[in-house]
Design a protein around this ligand. Structure first.
Ligand SMILES: NC(=O)c1ccc[n+]([C@@H]2O[C@H](COP(=O)([O-])OP(=O)(O)OC[C@H]3O[C@@H](n4cnc5c(N)ncnc54)[C@H](OP(=O)(O)O)[C@@H]3O)[C@@H](O)[C@H]2O)c1
Length: 259
């Protein structure tokens, strides 16, 4: 029996992806910090879709988080054919406003645990007939974003790593997909403490978590390497590529910088 493991499955895009995979009869392993939300989601999806579902509460900023997840799977005999690295968050405002620990905690969640999970689960994923790694980056991966500088850099890392890994694994049974959502209606804005201007700009353009999750799962199952969600976000990335970097950065700073 195979499972899809989803990090950041308690809410937002991760929860929506869990619901879609459950509706396709995938067994699920749900991981995040919020035990109550994970337990409720696992129970609901088990009943609704007659699948197997289990959950594990882990804080990715704690040492050994990825090993804890891997060991849990080994102990319970859970084998994966889908690994979805979705957990992540931003910290908005000037870089200097946050401590070094706050910065490295975010890098731990957005980057390090993602890499560790890919590394730890790759041998298992290779035993399936066909398997997938799906990493959630961001449209911020395509440019520097003053006011979300480290977050954007962490997502550029996710995109570059995912593309490189896909190439390395191209002759294997494992496909690596990177999804780059633009603004999406989730708890992201609250957690990142986005300013009013950024929230207002988002109100008009945000996609729903369900829409983004649907695109992510379809793109993964089609075995594609990279996708920006939504036409407006794709257009945005094309402009970023065409325009001088300083102009792109000034525009982003006008939205995200709180100074
Ligand atoms: N929403 C957007 O506008 C947007 C745009 C581009 C990319 N993204 C990316 O999409 C992904 C999902 O975010 P979302 O928009 O769905 O936001 P969200 O609703 O805030 O969900 C974030 C998920 O990450 C988990 N998480 C956060 N910190 C964690 C930690 N320390 N340890 C373990 N899990 C942790 C959260 O679970 P707990 O709180 O229960 O731990 C939650 O399940 C993220 O990688 C984000 O960067 C979002």
């Amino acid at each position: 029996m195979k499972y899809a493991l989803i990090t950041g499955a308690s809410k937002g895009i991760g929860k929506a992806m869990a619901e879609i995979l459950a509706s396709k009869k995938n067994n699920l392993l749900l991981v995040a910090r919020s035990a109550d939300l994970l337990e409720a989601l696992a129970q609901t999806l088990k009943k609704q879709y007659q699948i197997e579902a289990d959950w594990l509460s882990v804080d990715f900023t704690e040492a050994g988080a990825a090993n804890k997840i891997h060991q849990w799977c080994l102990n319970k005999n859970y084998s994966l054919d889908i690994l979805i690295n979705n957990a992540g968050y931003g910290l908005s405002g000037p870089f200097e406003n946050y401590s070094a620990k706050e910065h490295t905690d975010m890098m731990q969640v957005n980057m390090n645990v993602l890499v560790e999970l890919c590394s730890l689960f790759l041998p298992d994923l290779k035993t399936a007939q066909k398997s997938h790694i799906l990493n959630i980056a961001s449209s911020a991966a395509y440019q520097a974003v003053p006011g979300l500088s480290l977050y954007a850099a962490s997502k550029a890392f996710v995109l570059s790593f995912g593309r490189g890994l896909q190439y390395e694994l191209r002759h294997t049974n494992v496909r690596v997909t990177t999804i780059c959502p633009g603004g999406t209606e989730t708890d992201f804005a609250n957690r990142a403490n986005l300013n009013e201007k950024a929230r207002k700009a988002g109100e008009k353009l945000n996609m729903s978590a369900n829409e983004v999750a649907r695109i992510a799962i379809d793109t993964m199952l089609a075995g594609k390497t990279e996708k920006i969600t939504g036409f407006i976000n794709q257009l945005g990335a094309a402009f970023v590529w065409l325009l001088p970097k300083i102009l792109v950065e000034k525009t982003a700073a006008g939205i995200y910088s709180q100074d």
